[in-house]
Ligand binder design. Sequence first.
Ligand code: ADP
Length: 305
Amino acid sequence: MFNYSQKRIAIAFATFSFMLFAFSLVQDFSLLPYRNYPHNYVQMNQLINFTVAFSVSAMTVYLLISLNHYTAIQLIQSNNQLKKLNDELDRFVYSTSHDLRAPLLSVLGLLKLAEGNVDEKEMNRYHRMMESRLSSLDKFIKDITDYSRNNRLQIVNENVNLFSLTTEIWESLQYSADAQDIKFINDLPSNLIVANDGTRLRVVLSNLISNAIRYHDHRKENKYVKVYHNVTDSSFTLHVEDNGQGIAPELHSKIFEMFYRGNESSQGSGLGLHIVKETLARLSGTIQLCSTPRQGSTFSISVPK
Ligand code: ADP
């Protein structure tokens, strides 16, 4: 009847009951008038009492054991969660310190090279290299912010026009050097509206579309990035397809890990797809990958309707 925080009341109550019982044993005391019961009746009552007390005790013990079991499972789960977070934190500290220092060191090196150099062509080259290192540093810091925002911010439910969102994302990326000869095919209906968290969907789609641009196959003629969708009764799926480098089957599960770069030449943080996965998890969504090396990749994200 009482929970653990009321244990003092529970103990007092039990002691009081026991004292009443002890008192009734030593004193010939009864609140009710005495009555004589036939022997059969007493035996029958004892049997009923025993049966009820036995089944209630068995049920109580079962309840306590299952409660204990349930608490143990919860403890194991939170322990695993803590281990995962600790592991992530370790890798996070290692990789951030490495990835934040690397571009800074190369800019410092380039500045040293540029010192006293009067060749304009050479200087322009150094500037372009510095710019590229600094923009990768900026992307890295932005990724960390997105990652922490996803963990911190409440989920917002708003109407999001997906056609406008994907067009906006493409417009912000289309001037990058990589995107120059890539065709963007937006196959979403212009009035496609979903009720979801706009900021999180933007993070997910920006990462997928910018990857589709970054990992393009420069040897192909008709490079494209295509976005299309399909809807079922319960969920909504958005596909981002490219005909780029593709991903080897053994890497399909690894690329979603924190700081995993599947590509030697990757200038990215290795956080992008991890952020996508974690962000979708907050939206109760999932991501699937269908990819063949040298043919292309399709990332499909599904969110509940
Ligand atoms: P990165 O910062 O390296 O881009 P991501 O987490 O975004 O990190 O991606 C992890 C790896 O997955 C990339 O290094 C790349 O090898 C691979 N990848 C992601 N998207 C694509 C794609 N559309 N086509 C080919 N490879 C991809």
